[in-house]
Design a protein around this ligand. Structure first.
Ligand SMILES: [Fe+2]
Length: 356
């Protein structure tokens, strides 16, 4: 099936790749004549400082697989600067310079640059992406384009000393890494498991920071019927997504099969559970479908959009096994590399799959 077919395709056309149960059926692209919106559903905000945070978060993910994190302690100024740097990174480099870093698979994850319409083979997404995993921060000269650094204004007192992009985005990944164990421990406690069951697996674990640059849409792009980012579920344990500035993120409420527009306050972090989590939680925390649609206001379609989700994985050799506190297991234990690449081969082709 080619990419242009992807505009008409449905997720169930690719169901043979899935590693967890997904009954929901939807078009990969937006389909205005054949979909509805849920304007009443409120995705819950969970305050990480609250004594009942674990209950709040567990209830939110159990209900829809998405939550909004508040009280997380990450400086929101970092997010503002990240947006400026992403815009700069994608627009200052030529396509030829970016293609020197074209994505290739290391372990489970395709890492590097994805040109517009080539995020996957399934659908011509109107986005450019750049994925940086832990190895990119350990070997920045290999994975980050060298060159200009941005001086971020401090607001008062002039300029900070410049730091390069790798050092800057490392600050974001380290800030988010500090949230991984509190989140996982809360979810395990909610399920009635030993809260520390994943402490070792998730310490200095594998992750993927994806920088997304959605260019201004041309008339042709607009008329093509393609989405900015296709409907999909994340393949990870969970994803941190600092609340984007521009509208577009939509979440499928599988109870009524309507789309929920998600526009949380700036400075908050959207958290969603992925396929790894659905697998180990025995379907209690679903891996929920989401997408990035065109803004409703045509004038906003002429504006770029940026976002920077960070996916949290376990390392490839770890085994994903249904948690002991979640009842009769629906799934067999599976090595992370096999589970992950079998699913992602729907995006990248059958030869992407690695047998453990
Ligand atoms: Fe996603």
């Amino acid at each position: 099936m080619g990419q242009q077919d992807g505009i008409r395709a449905r997720n169930q056309d690719f169901s043979r790749y899935e590693g967890v149960a997904k009954q929901q059926s939807y078009h990969l692209a937006e389909t205005p004549d054949d979909e509805q919106f849920d304007d009443d559903f409120v995705i819950r905000t969970c305050d990480m400082r609250a004594p009942d945070f674990a209950q709040q978060l567990g209830d939110a993910l159990r209900e829809i697989g998405f939550a909004i994190l508040d009280g997380h302690g990450v400086d929101p100024a970092l997010y503002d600067e990240a947006e400026r740097r992403i815009d700069d990174l994608f627009t200052r480099l030529s396509l030829e310079e970016k293609m020197r870093f074209r994505a290739q698979r290391y372990g489970s994850v395709n890492q590097g640059y994805f040109p517009i319409k080539e995020t996957s083979n399934m659908h011509p997404d109107l986005v450019e992406g750049w994925v940086f995993c832990r190895r990119a921060f350990e070997r920045p000269d290999e994975f980050w384009p060298s060159g200009r650094t941005l001086c971020a204004p401090t607001g008062r007192g002039g300029q900070r000393p410049p730091i390069d992009d790798a050092d800057f985005f490392r600050k974001i990944t380290e800030a988010h890494e500090r949230l991984i164990l509190p989140i996982m421990q809360s979810l395990l406690a909610y399920l009635g498991c030993d809260p520390h069951l994943y402490d070792r697996k998730l310490t200095a674990t594998n992750f993927g920071l994806r920088l997304n640059y959605y260019p201004p849409m041309s008339d042709d792009d607009d008329a093509s019927g393609a989405a900015r980012l296709l409907g999909h579920e994340d393949i990870d344990m969970f994803t941190f997504l600092p609340a984007p500035r521009a509208e577009g993120l939509q979440v499928l409420n599988r109870r009524n099969m309507k789309w929920v527009r998600l526009t949380p306050p700036r400075g908050t972090i959207i958290l969603n559970s992925g396929d790894y989590m659905q697998r180990i939680s025995n379907d209690i925390f679903p891996s929920t479908t989401h997408r990035v649609s065109k803004p409703r206001d045509p004038a906003q379609r002429r504006q770029p959009r940026v976002s920077f989700p960070m996916a949290v994985y376990v390392w490839e050799d770890e085994v994903l096994e249904v948690l002991p506190c979640t009842g009769e297991p629906k799934y067999a234990p599976v090595k992370a590399i096999e589970f992950h690449t079998a699913i992602t081969s729907k995006f990248y082709g059958d030869d992407y799959a690695v047998k453990a």
